[in-house]
Write a protein of this length. Structure first.
Length: 408
């Protein structure tokens, strides 16, 4: 791959995840502080990600794969997204906020597949080249979080002044940049001919359901859905939790999780090769339980180190389960079901699993809310920790070790 192309793709990834990181981490805090949303409303807002993940295969499968160049669709979506982000910046209540966010997420979630498709189309050896490009997405997410804390939009004074609203404006501006820049990206033509017959099962990855006949894969599939329930607690509650208990620069501190992602992503192939798929997935699920215990016991004073350790464990939690899970899925799918199997896992986890998780997080957070508007966070965090332990036991007892070949 040419150096110029590599720089283009890296900048695309940086902007893609900068846009997402600009608002996603702090949305729960913003909704509570600026729009007066309750826990159920916040969980409803986060569930738009899952709804977008469910609809995304239709957009990619029906449009990107059949009719238009991926880079052009990416550009149009982000230009439209910029306008929607600006409307969210201007929103004054949740009733006006939610429908706009829902439309935005239905448009945005397919772009995660589009940036991958554009990248893979330019690579001769994706197994070696993609991680170097993808890591710039994580850098973009980190940069957004650092800027939010640098400008003190997430500080107590910033919340009282309504400055956290600026995250939506920042996302809108960067969306315009990415939208325009997308039209300069390398051409990525449709993979299928528009005249080809359309199969809903292929679009949704349902033709890969035959993989569930393999007992181990079925156990992994169910575990993937279940582990997304405690995962949703982190995405939905972590920033409001840190802000409520008085942790300064909470958004900036949460970028430690993305730094951790980079480090553990580099360590994953070594761990995977030495210990195998089962121990790698067990390590991830056990770490989910441990991190939530740290959150339950930590505080903003002497116990702040426990919160920082909990955040730093994100790399193991995410990379060791989801990235290794993608490798495991790919090894089982073979050439026939490569794309559809990954689509099925994405639909099950980000769609079904996290949809359940966001709903549960909202219900539980509201249950442990007192009359003064404060949460019993220790009790809240122990619940996803307990769920993680149950998923861990289910997986450990039923999944049999397999020897897999890592991609070269």
């Amino acid at each position: 791959m040419k150096l110029n192309t590599s720089i283009q793709l890296s900048f695309m990834m940086f902007l893609e995840f900068f846009v997402w990181g600009s608002w996603y981490v702090t949305m729960g805090t913003f909704l509570g502080a600026n729009l007066g949303a309750n826990d159920q409303n916040i969980s409803l807002a986060f569930s738009t990600q899952s709804l977008g993940a469910i609809v995304a295969p239709f957009i990619v499968g029906l449009i990107a794969d059949r009719y238009f160049h991926a880079q052009r669709i990416l550009g149009v979506i982000h230009l439209l997204g910029a306008g929607l982000m600006y409307l969210l910046y201007q929103s004054q209540d949740f009733s006006g906020f939610f429908p706009v966010l829902l439309i935005y997420m239905i448009l945005f979630m397919p772009t995660l597949a589009l940036v991958n498709s554009i990248s893979f189309n330019q690579m001769k050896d994706p197994a070696k080249e993609f991680s170097v490009i993808r890591v710039w997405g994580t850098v973009g997410w980190i940069a957004a979080g650092i800027l939010i804390s640098y400008f003190a939009w997430d500080s107590q004074m910033g919340l009282e002044s309504g400055l956290l609203r600026n995250t939506w404006l920042m996302a809108s501006i960067v969306s315009v940049v990415l939208g325009v820049f997308s039209f300069t990206l390398p051409k990525t033509p449709p993979r299928a001919q528009s005249s080809d017959s359309f199969k809903l099962s292929e679009v949704l990855g349902l033709d890969a359901l035959s993989l569930l006949k393999h007992r181990n894969f079925a156990i992994f599939f169910v575990s993937s859905i279940l582990i997304c329930i405690p995962l949703a607690f982190y995405y939905q509650n972590a920033n409001p939790f840190l802000t409520e208990i008085g942790v300064e620069n909470s958004t900036g501190k949460m970028t430690i999780g993305q730094v951790s992602e980079v480090l553990f992503l580099l360590a994953l192939p070594v761990f995977f090769k030495r210990f195998g798929i089962k121990k790698t997935l067990i390590a991830a699920m056990a770490t989910w339980a441990i991190r939530y215990i740290f959150f339950a016991l930590g505080d903003a004073d002497e116990g702040v180190w426990m919160l920082l350790v909990g955040i730093a464990l994100h790399g193991i939690c995410y990379d060791f389960f989801f990235v290794s899970g993608q490798i495991y899925t790919d090894s089982h799918a073979g050439e026939k079901f490569k794309s559809s199997a990954q689509g099925l896992i994405t639909l099950a986890t980000y769609g079904v699993g996290m949809l359940i998780g966001f709903w549960a997080a909202g219900q539980i957070s509201n249950y442990y809310l007192d009359s003064q508007g404060n949460h019993d966070w220790a009790s809240i965090w122990l619940i996803p920790s307990g769920i993680s332990v149950l998923v861990l036991l289910f997986f450990t007892l039923l999944f049999k070790e397999e020897k897999l070949q890592l991609p070269k």
